[in-house]
Write a protein that binds this ligand. Structure first.
Ligand SMILES: NC(=O)c1ccc[n+]([C@@H]2O[C@H](COP(=O)([O-])OP(=O)(O)OC[C@H]3O[C@@H](n4cnc5c(N)ncnc54)[C@H](OP(=O)(O)O)[C@@H]3O)[C@@H](O)[C@H]2O)c1
Length: 277
């Protein structure tokens, strides 16, 4: 996700310094005009706006608090935007660390997979001071089509977890519904056409149904990351006192697929998992 998002920042004409733990993955960005930094601190020192897009809480912690991490390069006047999907508690904890440097933090997770990121059409949810959002809005607009201010720090990752509750649940229903329709002798292309003209039509079903039917599970959003998000939903819902029985059943299915070694495939591989059992 970080690479197409960074390419769009470059395309809008912003000077860009990039860092990735595995340096070879920055080669395309260097060819497109980005300067490659050796550490997160070096990238931060060169920038007014610092954006992270990494796997999980541990990854944000590593690039932020490491010995040559982002915190070492932040100071008053700089803005740190974490666009990763993490939990609201961890995001607020990171915001407090950032505030101590004099800089400001926004959480700005996104909805939309790699294809949407390439087109610069992500939906960006933003948590934090709305005045800080206004300062950096042009940078977010390079990556996203819709920018929503949700509330205080941590509120945007809360919203993102709610969205991914739908993403995981709807895709689990699609996998089960396709499998059921095949068991009932319905042609998959008929299933696809009717579903996507019915009351439950959705852009996600438009995108995922043909891939399930053709069994193309090349990763756009790897299953291991939806399992991570489902764990974060459990933690966050338990703390908020929300009962989530459907989530619990959905999570068990994806977790079982991950245990079968399907974590690197697209999360729609749940269909393969259900039909090969
Ligand atoms: N893929 C999607 O469709 C999608 C959509 C919306 C949101 N998201 C969210 O976006 C975030 C990134 O997802 P992605 O699909 O881009 O994942 P990805 O392709 O697996 O990339 C993960 C990135 O995190 C870095 N990273 C992981 N652990 C690290 C650590 N300990 N220290 C430093 N860097 C570390 C990786 O560095 P290396 O290259 O060195 O491994 C890589 O740059 C996740 O929070 C995900 O939930 C993804």
């Amino acid at each position: 996700m970080g690479k197409p998002m960074a390419l769009n920042v470059l395309k809008k004409g912003f000077p860009l310094v990039v860092y990735n733990r595995t340096a070879s993955k920055t080669e395309d960005l260097a060819r497109a005009g980005a300067r490659v930094a050796r550490t997160p601190r070096e990238a931060t020192e060169a920038a007014d706006v610092v954006v992270t897009m990494v796997s999980n809480i541990e990854a944000v912690e590593a690039v932020l608090t490491g010995i040559d991490g982002i915190l070492r390069g932040l100071k008053n006047g700089k803005v740190f935007i974490d666009m990763s999907t993490i939990t609201p508690d961890s995001s607020r904890r990171f915001a407090a660390m950032v505030e101590e440097t004099g800089a400001k933090m926004l959480d700005a997770p996104v909805s939309g997979s790699t294809g949407v990121a390439e087109k610069g059409e992500l939906t960006v949810m933003v948590g934090g001071d709305p005045r800080v959002l206004n300062e950096v809005r042009v940078v977010l607009q390079a990556m996203g089509k819709f920018i929503f201010h949700i509330g205080d720090n941590g509120s945007a990752v809360s919203m993102k977890l709610v969205i991914n509750h739908f993403v995981a649940g709807m895709t689990a229903l699609l996998a089960e519904g396709l499998s059921l329709s095949e068991s009932l002798g319905i042609d998959p292309s008929v299933f696809s056409n009717v579903l996507n003209s019915s009351a439950v039509k959705s852009p996600m079903y438009d995108m995922k149904t043909p891939k399930m039917v053709s069994r193309d599970f090349s990763a756009q959003f790897p299953l291991k990351l939806i399992v991570k998000d489902l764990d974060y939903i459990t933690l966050t819902a338990e703390k908020a006192g929300a009962r989530m029985p459907v989530h619990d059943a959905v999570k068990e299915q994806y977790s079982a697929a991950a245990r079968e070694g399907l974590g690197e495939k697209d999360f729609s591989v749940l269909y393969e998992f259900l039909t090969k059992k």
